[in-house]
Design a protein around this ligand. Structure first.
Ligand SMILES: [Zn+2]
Ligand SMILES: [Zn+2]
Length: 140
């Protein structure tokens, strides 16, 4: 599958037994339909989050093309409060596209990830960890 932004081939990663497609270039993530629900884990809360999705018809962001069917994806606003988080959704329902950091943002907003498990995994995978050391070490 190719990245809708860079058009480079994405790599497949496994996160909590869900296969996600990741672009090493721009840091974007593609989730097939249903995979976000699986990652969110709790169907009831996930349903609440998913039902907050609202199409943003006047978004200034450029539309992206679905990596599966090549149709223009819809901009979707997530959540009711705070600065708008915009993700892209295939109009046929193939899946969802998250720009770099947006997937973590979803978990932040949804407060579903109580142990920070998913966020830790994402940080590990994508190298967002803060305070990652140089070769200097204090211990010894
Ligand atoms: Zn990319
Ligand atoms: Zn599609």
């Amino acid at each position: 599958m190719d990245c809708p932004i860079c058009e480079n081939a994405m790599i497949t990663l496994e996160l909590e037994e869900v296969e996600i497609d990741y672009c090493t270039d721009c840091g974007g993530i593609w989730l097939d339909a249903g995979e976000l629900e699986t990652l969110l884990g709790e169907p009831e809360k996930a349903g609440g989050l998913l039902s907050s999705f609202k199409a943003d018809l006047k978004s200034a962001e450029n539309p992206r093309k679905c990596p599966i069917c090549d149709k223009k994806m819809q901009k979707i606003v997530v959540g009711q409060s705070g600065p708008a988080l915009l993700i892209d959704k295939c109009p046929r329902g193939d899946g969802l596209w998250f720009d770099k950091g947006e997937l973590q943002d979803i978990f932040d907003r949804a407060r579903l990830d109580k142990d920070n498990k998913i966020r830790e995994l994402l940080a590990d995978m994508f190298g967002h960890k803060k305070g990652h050391g140089s070769n200097k070490s204090n211990s010894g």
